[in-house]
Unconditional design. Structure first.
Length: 406
């Protein structure tokens, strides 16, 4: 199947337009990373605490910020979570500096305390209590008068677990009142909970904590993974083709990565481990597209020895254009759907792929191929054999001279 047949687009003739486009986005990203937002690393890399909070009503982001500010958490990041099954949920992220390296759970406790606007002195929050805490309270008060016998502990433990299961699995993590539990557990036991517990309007769904040493190690590993992939590509292409092909491919991938990371910086979206995985994916994807074009260039060089390299490159790009559009188009539609409907957890990952596929496809045509031609022209000006062209057969000066005359 081909969308384009016998196309004859002068891609190299438009190289200055391509260069301008790339310069604008590359420089914008560099300026953002240098002066505006920096490289917005996620908690995975900088260390800290992420708390996922479910509300009984639509959360007021401004009110949450105010509550955190009053608690001294000035640099907390609050973000609504969108997507299926994420009703009334927010993500709250704290840097490691706002918590404690010695007590990494401190951030979670600070968030819970700052958000409990309807806290009752002397009572625990039932929406944020574990089954163990509930069972201990029931065992202490013994509302069913089971005594201190061996039957008391299992009975109250079962009641506590039933309450937590109902809260988390049926009510999504948030109870509106303690009275809701009268149909779940023994009414007498539930009634006794009102003396020791209250229900806030939120529940902590999940907590992710990353220590500073782990974050530092992850930063180093992510950087090394990216550099190793670029080095591996350079070596492979230098052996498979010629070294200039490897250099062109690495420069192209660096261009793609710079624009992708720059987009995250401009939007001030955090770069997490999943985003690094997406960047490594787009490195491979972009490189694959580039190799397809390079392979066709190499084939055409052998067939069209008398043509200029610029004409050969243009012809090669046009010949692979249909394949490029089909492959990139289908992949782009898939990651676009992932970006639109994949939810908050995959948002950064899918956004990196959306940008990466667009830029990777573009750069294979507009960046990698012109580098070959530019290098050949430079070699020609130096009076040297263009390395992008194959060696002529024959070793003697006379044979070489005869071939030139021919």
């Amino acid at each position: 199947m081909e969308f384009f047949k016998n196309t004859n687009i002068d891609f190299l003739g438009k190289k200055w337009y391509f260069l301008t486009f790339s310069l604008i986005f590359s420089v914008a990203g560099l300026l953002s990373m240098a002066f505006w937002h920096g490289i917005p690393l996620g908690v995975d890399f900088r260390g800290g605490t992420i708390v996922y909070v479910k509300y009984a009503h639509t959360p007021d982001i401004a009110a949450i910020h105010s509550a955190l500010d009053r608690a001294g958490l000035k640099n907390a990041r609050v973000q609504s979570i969108v997507g299926a099954g994420a009703n009334n949920e927010v993500l709250i992220a704290l840097d490691i500096q706002e918590t404690s390296e010695q007590d990494l759970s401190k951030g979670r406790d600070l968030i819970k305390q700052s958000l409990e606007s309807n806290a009752v002195p002397g009572k625990q929050d039932l929406n944020n209590s574990s089954s163990i805490a509930i069972a201990d309270n029931l065992l202490k008060n013994d509302p069913l008068h089971l005594g201190a016998g061996s039957d008391a502990n299992p009975r109250y433990t079962a009641i506590a677990q039933a309450i937590v299961d109902y809260r988390d699995k049926t009510k999504g993590g948030v109870l509106n009142s303690i009275d809701e539990l009268k149909t779940v557990a023994d009414p007498t036991a539930v009634a006794s909970l009102g003396n020791s517990f209250f229900t806030s309007d939120f529940g902590v769904r999940n907590v992710e904590i990353v220590g500073p040493q782990v974050g530092k190690q992850l930063r180093k590993q992510a950087l090394l993974a990216t550099l190793y992939s670029l080095a591996g590509m350079l070596i492979y292409l230098a052996l498979r083709f010629e070294w200039i092909y490897g250099v062109a491919a690495v420069l192209t991938v660096f261009h793609d990565t710079l624009i992708t990371v720059g987009a995250f910086s401009l939007l001030n979206w955090e770069i997490s481990l999943t985003v690094i995985a997406a960047i490594l994916t787009l490195i491979g994807y972009s490189n694959n597209d580039t190799i397809v074009v390079f392979d066709r260039i190499r084939e055409n060089i052998k067939l069209l020895r008398r043509d200029k390299l610029a004409d050969i490159v243009n012809k090669s790009i046009n010949q692979t254009l249909s394949r490029t559009i089909l492959t990139a188009g289908l992949t782009f539609l898939t990651v676009l759907a992932l970006f639109l409907f994949g939810g908050e957890v995959l948002h950064g990952f899918s956004f990196a792929l959306v940008i990466g596929i667009l830029i990777g496809t573009y750069s294979s045509i507009a960046i990698a191929a012109p580098i070959l031609v530019a290098y050949q022209e430079w070699r020609g000006e130096q009076g040297k054999r263009p390395v992008a062209m194959p060696l002529r057969t024959g070793s003697g000066p006379a044979q070489t001279k005869e071939k030139v005359k021919a």
